[in-house]
Ligand binder design. Structure first.
Ligand code: AHR
Length: 330
């Protein structure tokens, strides 16, 4: 697991230095149009995970809108949650000699070969949203996104308080995409907190692949095998929303008979929270576009960027969701 994606807070590094370039090295000879001539547009190749959740849709919109606002020529691809598609997209961006490549890795492992190809082609890579577990951190310029372990811990902290008076708590966990950074880290952060008290037991933990359909299907099955669970911890809102459908279909009341804590805080999740069907949401912001474009401009200009750029996030109770909903952007 990605030791390299933690522990770089405060370190700054120039993309050119990392990629073995001079400030106007090989990238500038790209036919993407950004070389030497002054006002040509920066070309950014962005390989997105897919469209699996409300979060992802909001993230894609943020990246597309921000590129437009920043005057950056965005080449966008949707990998449909398949690593091989993302690798193909990255290789295609290398062939096209884009100025910068950004991507949100669907899973943590298996990126070294293609990242080395980008490095050999002198194209800097920015990780957004999700990290890779590569031991060689010179393969990317920076990682911009949330602290998923902290998100899991916030969910765990809420559970500990909410069930302070209970003697036993049976928990079902709906995991995100297997092998993805948020699934690994949100499980780790949550487990770290609840392990302090043996009254908490995770009786079932299965992937719903970050989708609503996946969350519904897994919950339907687990309600049969574990009808007496007290809490569902879903690694994102969409799976939590699917779980709500399954709980209601089983004749139970979500938020009461079975409590729910989720991660993201997208509009549909916040609506369910305001209605008391979800009990607590840990925010994970998808609005990474503007920060990404700033980083891309700096990288292209040969300026230093932080090796790890953290997103600021909060948490929501039902009352806070009611207040936040009218102005929620996504
Ligand atoms: O990587 C961020 C996660 O991916 C979001 O929490 C989830 O909704 C998305 O699919």
């Amino acid at each position: 697991m990605g030791l390299t994606r933690r522990g770089f807070l405060g370190a700054t590094v120039s993309a050119a230095a990392l990629m073995g370039l001079s400030a106007c090295g090989g990238v500038d000879s790209a036919p993407g149009g950004s070389g030497g001539g002054g006002d040509a547009k920066i070309v950014l190749g962005f390989a997105q995970v897919g469209a699996e959740s409300g979060w992802r849709t909001a993230n894609t919109k943020s990246v597309q809108d921000a590129a437009k606002d920043a005057g950056i020529d965005l080449k966008f691809s949707d990998a449909q949650q398949k690593q091989e598609n993302q690798i193909k997209a990255i290789r295609s961006y290398i062939q096209q000699k884009v100025d910068v490549i950004a991507f949100s890795p669907v899973v943590e492992s298996g990126w070294d070969t293609v990242l080395k190809e980008a490095k050999t082609a002198n194209i800097p890579v920015v990780l957004t949203d999700r990290a890779v577990d590569s031991a060689d951190d010179s393969l990317y310029v920076t990682f911009l996104g949330s602290d998923f372990v902290a998100e899991g811990k916030k969910a765990g902290d809420w559970v500990v308080k909410e069930f302070a008076d209970a003697s036993t708590v049976k928990i079902a966990q709906l995991e995100g995409t297997t092998g993805s950074a948020p699934a690994i880290d949100r499980a780790e952060g949550f487990a770290d907190v609840i392990k302090a008290d043996p009254k908490f037991t995770i009786v079932a933990s299965q992937t719903g692949d970050f989708t609503r359909a996946g969350g519904k299907q897994v919950t339907e099955a687990l309600l049969k095998s574990n009808p007496d669970i007290n809490l569902i911890y879903a690694h994102n809102d969409d799976m939590g929303l699917g779980a709500i459908e399954a709980i209601e279909a089983a004749g139970k009341v979500p938020g009461q008979d079975i409590k729910l804590v989720t991660v993201d805080a997208v509009k549909d999740g916040m609506t369910a929270l305001s209605e008391g069907k979800i009990n607590f949401i840990v925010e994970c912001s998808p609005l990474l576009g503007p920060q990404l474009m700033d980083v891309v401009k700096k990288v292209k200009a040969g300026e230093s960027v932080e090796k790890r750029i953290l997103t600021e996030e909060t948490t929501f109770t039902p009352e806070q969701a009611k207040e936040a909903l009218p102005s929620r952007q996504y």
